[in-house]
Design a protein around this ligand. Structure first.
Ligand SMILES: Cc1cc2nc3c(=O)[nH]c(=O)nc-3n(C[C@H](O)[C@H](O)[C@H](O)COP(=O)(O)OP(=O)(O)OC[C@H]3O[C@@H](n4cnc5c(N)ncnc54)[C@H](O)[C@@H]3O)c2cc1C
Length: 447
């Protein structure tokens, strides 16, 4: 039974007012802030960490997925626009690897160096004219008759109020939509969420001897379990070289509570448990790799993701809910604001289940409708972009990766500008005008 204390009333300073306030600096948030600022809107991007990139940097991921689609067997760059410019900045810093084939060689992904991504993202967002507020943890929303009026943050400077006119929730966990009473859900109908992972990177690999370890290692791990070794945290370990093949990344852990359920990224005790468990699992899996796979004998863990990598928590209930069937049937929508070519990548209990588009020769991508960013009920000045947008558990298992999150973010920032221009709610934004603006800025809405 929780007990409560009533805190004394206090005066909280207003730190400023912006036309657009974006919460969370992952791929969705940094793209949203860039788009709103480039459209000429005073824009603040609020981030609890000291850098941008979200799970892509703070979770230690180091690969962009979902930038490419497999279109009838041809690998096509289907997320373009501001994201292309960001990747060019990373490349100029020497931090981008050429795309590689992943998952049975059916889809392309692209590895990057995390420090280069962090530096490039600073430059990208600031060059657009947005303002950054790092080390600011948003803890609440102030709402009124016209919707959300302000976000409340806590930081080393104390508590503060950030006023805005349009808000974009790209916190991954949908914090702002939860605090503002916006309709959302968590978990699938059986109470399951995608399992989180702790990422780690391995250095001093002899890549010639390691060979295509991403193919041989999962088999070695399965054979060891069949021979009596205790099960690994999960099957389907993803272990691949980085830009310089002396360094490899490993996506091979899976974080669960004592009752077997997925660690919930909105529960601070479960997050604490997951951090400890994730580091222990990283050491366990790495020990097996070093001792059992050629080329890793002299290797060591050079980094464990600073934060547990959360794949799924709250998801908006929006004007449209993108489903797994939409992803696998390559659905098209008149209000398309971008494309997703990533398959369903379901991190289920103990395993990884990849589900591809239906048929022998699929189009290979689905469109993302604007309506997945717009609450079906709730504040008229809130957009939700990224992994917490309006998707079912299955739909989110695909369109949560970086590429579609960049696309959703750019659309949200542009839509915020159009809502301000028309003095309308975000639901009333003219999607024809939105699509025209996105295409003008290089986005790919159809092929
Ligand atoms: C282990 C793991 C491996 C993955 N591998 C890949 C991969 O290889 N490639 C890929 O493309 N995708 C991968 N993904 C998917 C990845 O989560 C998404 O690509 C993407 O990061 C989601 O983007 P987002 O902007 O919606 O949210 P996030 O990246 O989660 O960013 C949300 C941001 O909001 C900030 N924030 C949250 N709450 C608050 C608050 N209250 N106040 C202030 N700031 C806040 C966070 O600090 C964070 O920076 C992986 C995910 C996990 C967990």
């Amino acid at each position: 039974m929780t007990s409560y204390v009533t805190e004394p009333t206090r005066e909280t300073p207003v730190l400023g007012e912006w036309e657009v306030v974006v919460l969370g600096g992952g791929p969705a948030g940094l793209a949203a802030a860039t788009a709103a600022a480039r459209a000429g809107r005073s824009t603040l991007l609020v981030e609890k960490g000291g850098y941008l990139g979200g799970a892509g940097t703070g979770g230690g991921l180091s690969t962009f997925c979902g930038m490419y689609s497999n279109v009838h067997g041809e690998h096509v760059l289907t997320v373009r626009g501001h994201a292309t410019e960001l990747l060019e900045r990373i490349d100029r810093l020497g931090g981008l690897r050429a795309p590689h084939l992943s998952f049975a060689d059916r889809i392309q992904a692209q590895a990057y160096d995390i420090p280069a991504y962090r530096s490039a993202a600073d430059e990208h967002v600031l060059a657009a004219g947005a303002q950054l507020l790092y080390h600011a943890f948003a803890v609440g929303a102030i709402t009124g008759p016209s919707g959300i009026e302000a976000v409340v943050v806590e930081s080393k400077s104390g508590r503060g109020i950030l006023r805005g006119q349009v808000f974009i929730d790209s916190s991954g966990d949908g914090d702002l939509m939860a605090w503002s009473g916006t309709g959302h859900e968590k978990a699938d109908p059986y109470g399951d969420m995608l399992f989180p992972s702790t990422m780690f990177r391995i250095n001093a690999v002899d890549d010639e001897r390691a060979g295509p370890a991403w193919k041989t290692l999962p088999r070695l791990m399965d054979e060891a379990v069949a021979a009596g070794r205790p099960r690994f945290p999960r099957r389907g370990a993803i272990v691949r070289p980085q830009r310089d093949a002396i360094e490899w990344r490993a996506n091979a852990t899976q974080l669960r509570n004592p009752d077997g359920s997925a660690v919930d990224g909105t529960d601070v005790w479960q997050l604490t448990h997951g951090e400890v468990q994730g580091r222990a699992q990283a050491q366990e899996v790495f020990g097996f790799i070093r001792e059992n796979h050629p080329g890793f004998e002299r290797s060591y863990i050079v980094d464990i993701g600073p934060e547990i990598g959360i794949r799924e928590t709250r998801r908006l209930l929006g004007r449209y809910v993108l489903t797994e069937d939409d992803v696998r049937s390559c659905a098209r929508f008149e209000d398309s604001i971008g494309l997703n070519g990533w398959p369903v990548e379901a991190h289920v209990d103990g395993d990884l289940d990849i589900r591809w588009p239906y048929g022998d020769d699929p189009v290979g991508y689905n469109q993302l409708p604007y309506r997945v960013l717009v609450p079906s009920e709730g504040p008229g000045n809130l957009l939700v972009a990224g992994r917490c947008a309006s998707m079912t558990h299955g739909g989110q298992s695909a369109a949560r990766v970086a590429g579609p999150c960049f696309a959703m973010g750019q659309a949200a920032g542009t839509a915020a500008h159009l809502a301000l221009k028309a003095r309308s709610t975000v639901a009333e934004v003219d999607t024809g005008e939105l699509r025209a603006e996105l295409e003008e800025e290089g986005a790919c809405l159809t092929l």
